[in-house]
Design a protein around this ligand. Sequence first.
Ligand code: RB5
Length: 143
Amino acid sequence: MIAIGCDHAAVSLKNAIMAHLEEQGVEYINLGTDGDPCDYPDMAKAVAEKITSGECELGILLCGTGIGMSIAANKIKGIRAACCSDCFSVRYTRLHNDANILCMGERVIGKGLALELVDIFLSTPFEGGRHLRRVEKIKALEN
Ligand code: RB5
């Protein structure tokens, strides 16, 4: 199960991603906003809590730049949110960082690239091994 949320600056991108997930039979929970103006930290919290509770494995957060969402989500213990706009970074943030939220900016990238980034994010596993030790050190920083 995927958690997805956005602020008012990224509703159109979120709709495109939800349609894409439906086409692929990927289940998701939409935490909004579906148009009403909102503050991105509230949406970041809603999506992050779906992951820390175990209800969802991965999340997608969208705002104008993706940056505000990533800053906010990374304040929550257990969240490793990566703001990405290229395929290589998305692949490696799953392989090496075990990122659990992908953040993107509707004002930064086009829909075609965003859908490709989603596909990479959802299909790339964490590599583990030496990277597990490093992710454990990230977790230690939270305490
Ligand atoms: C909203 O105008 C904008 O600030 C927000 O979507 C995001 O880009 C923040 O990082």
